[in-house]
Design a protein around this ligand. Structure first.
Ligand code: LMR
Length: 350
């Protein structure tokens, strides 16, 4: 049996029923009105799946639901996007295979997770590339380098639809405050992917690539000492309840997502249907970028208010020392994904 999904159509149908029960049937805004619009007349009733690994109360979680609402609206209620949050349908390592097999239509993995499918997307995961913050990510995503990265997805049978934002990743751990490279020595970190693994090794720490859904348990049982993530992920996963120290690292690693679908499925869609998804994704992306920064600031405040963690903010000197120590990561990935691409992203992001 499929895990419970958020489905707009069932929510709208329930709402529609409620509205029509409360108001005479001709009132604008009741269910029948949703069926108007030439485009939807040509759209068969259908349902598709959007799977992701984070909590609903996160920028990505809210955006996935928003995209479902907009797709339903724009298709006159004909297209139902069923959203599966919290790895309910697929864990990190299963997502791409399911997309390729057509078992799910939409994913929004972190760019770190494209290591095995489209390694070039890891360029967005390189440390200190987005020291200028989210505007740098947006400049890359919306610019010629972004187009180049989308084209790489096509070669792997995927269609890129958008880049979503989730802010900088900050360190937490159970052993000691992290300020300089030497503080990472001997500690073991959960990492999302290969770039972060290489980074932790360059800092003298150990690293274990692990599915997001397993991180809380691994921190609680001491399988790993620490991790790095956005405040919204750390808060919604309760990492602060099983960690002691937090290092605010507002220049090191950025967490962004690539929203993807299966290219074959996408190319075979009726133009009206593809237009519905395209328009909905465009509005959703504006919505997602609009809330990510505030969501992370609110999550940070809640973690701070819990008094569970001892906080430290990296100084400029700390940052310089860390940036120096992780230089080998660039040498490694310039050879893996191409120095030209890395240089272009760095230039576009600055
Ligand atoms: C992680 O694995 O830590 C994140 O990529 C999860 C997510 O999708 O934000």
């Amino acid at each position: 049996m499929l895990p419970r999904a958020f489905s707009v159509t069932s929510a709208l149908t329930a709402l529609g029923l409620l509205l029509s029960a409360c108001a005479p049937s001709s009132t604008p805004g009741s269910a029948p009105a949703a069926k108007t619009g030439a485009a939807s007349a040509n759209i068969e009733k259908q349902s598709v799946k959007f799977s992701h690994v984070v909590a609903e109360d996160t920028p990505k979680g809210k955006a996935a639901v928003k995209s479902a609402e907009l797709v339903s609206q724009k298709s006159g209620g004909q297209i139902d996007v069923q959203v599966y949050a919290n790895s309910a349908l697929y864990k990190d390592a299963e997502e791409f295979d399911a997309l390729q097999k057509g078992q799910v239509e939409f994913l929004a993995p972190s760019t770190a997770k494209f290591a095995a499918t489209v390694p070039e997307w890891q360029v967005l995961d390189l440390p200190f590339v987005f020291a200028s913050g989210r505007e740098g990510v947006r400049k890359v995503a919306d610019g010629p380098v972004g187009q180049e990265l989308y084209a790489k997805l096509n070669k792997a049978g995927m269609q890129g639809l958008a880049v979503w934002d989730n802010g900088f990743r900050h360190f937490t751990n159970n052993k000691r405050q992290l300020r300089r490279p030497e503080d990472f020595k001997g500690l073991k970190f959960r990492v999302q992917g290969k770039v972060e693994e290489s980074m932790m090794n360059a800092l003298g720490g150990g690293a274990q690539v692990m599915a997001f859904s397993e991180v809380f348990g691994a921190l609680q049982q001491g399988v790993v000492d620490g991790q790095a993530n956005s405040w919204s992920n750390a808060y919604t996963q309760k990492f602060h309840e099983v960690q002691k120290f937090a290092t605010i690292a507002n220049s090191m690693n950025y967490l962004s997502y690539a929203v993807v679908t299966n290219k074959d499925w996408w190319d075979k869609l009726k133009p009206e249907v593809r237009q519905v998804f395209t328009d909905a994704m465009k509005e959703t992306t504006t919505f997602e970028w609009g809330l990510a920064e505030k969501d992370n600031a609110d999550a940070y405040d809640k973690i701070k208010a819990s008094s569970k963690l001892e906080f430290y903010t990296l100084t400029d000197d700390d940052t310089k020392a860390l940036a120096e120590a992780v230089k080998p990561v660039f040498a490694e990935f310039e050879s893996k994904i191409g120095k030209d691409l890395v240089d272009k992203v760095r230039a576009a992001a600055s």
